[in-house]
Design a protein around this ligand. Sequence first.
Ligand SMILES: NC(=O)c1ccc[n+]([C@@H]2O[C@H](COP(=O)([O-])OP(=O)(O)OC[C@H]3O[C@@H](n4cnc5c(N)ncnc54)[C@H](O)[C@@H]3O)[C@@H](O)[C@H]2O)c1
Length: 231
Amino acid sequence: MTRDDLFNTNANIVQSIGQAIAKHAPKAHVLVIANPVNSTVPIIAETLKKAGVFDPRRIFGVTTLDVVRASTFVSEIKGTDAEKTKVTVVGGHSGVTIIPLLSQTGIKFSQEEIEKLTHRIQYGGDEVVKAKDGLGSATLSMAQAGARFTNSLLEALEGKKGVVEPTYVYSPVAAPDGAAWFSTNVELGVNGVEKIHPLGALSDYEKKLYAEAIPELQKNIKKGEQHVNKA
Ligand SMILES: NC(=O)c1ccc[n+]([C@@H]2O[C@H](COP(=O)([O-])OP(=O)(O)OC[C@H]3O[C@@H](n4cnc5c(N)ncnc54)[C@H](O)[C@@H]3O)[C@@H](O)[C@H]2O)c1
């Protein structure tokens, strides 16, 4: 089962939570961790739009775990300290939509290492699902990732400056290519999304990953939007 397969189960749950947020807490900052994040975030957005309370600065898909995994996998093969090994991961939160930007780490990799690491980062979540064999997905690492993002956002809402986390937001970064929701590093502030970081320089391999991610992301986003807007 992939994250996208979870759509059928989770789409209605997420939509009903969106309706409750619109009614009872329209100014809430909404952190969406339920998968498939690529589609559940647009579901929340469309639900809030329908209720007239959509603010793109307050909706976040939690993609922190991809960055946590990327740091862990890189440090495993390079012998670095995972906490200090920063890997930028952009795009979405499933399979080919996850784009690790290993060229921006400052660490040297062979092409074989890049391809193996990229695959492992893209499918790390599915590895866990397979290993648990019907008993669910990542739990402790998901809790850690969720807690890290929540704490960062709370600090930023209280006025701390320079808080940057990766998150899937309503973004201009890939919008010209047709993906309105996209994850990059985002500076958080008192209103939520403060400043969306650009992609930065990509290697040829990363440009290829980006080109593969976009059609899948478009499909995932459309699926979420259509779920809410179906007649
Ligand atoms: N974004 C991430 O990094 C990430 C990582 C891992 C898992 N996940 C996602 O997190 C979600 C939870 O995963 P899990 O492994 O803990 O699943 P789980 O099945 O163990 O737990 C889901 C919980 O939701 C409750 N629930 C079901 N319907 C509900 C409703 N209508 N309202 C409120 N609660 C309801 C269930 O009772 C259960 O306790 C899944 O969508 C999973 O894909 C996200």
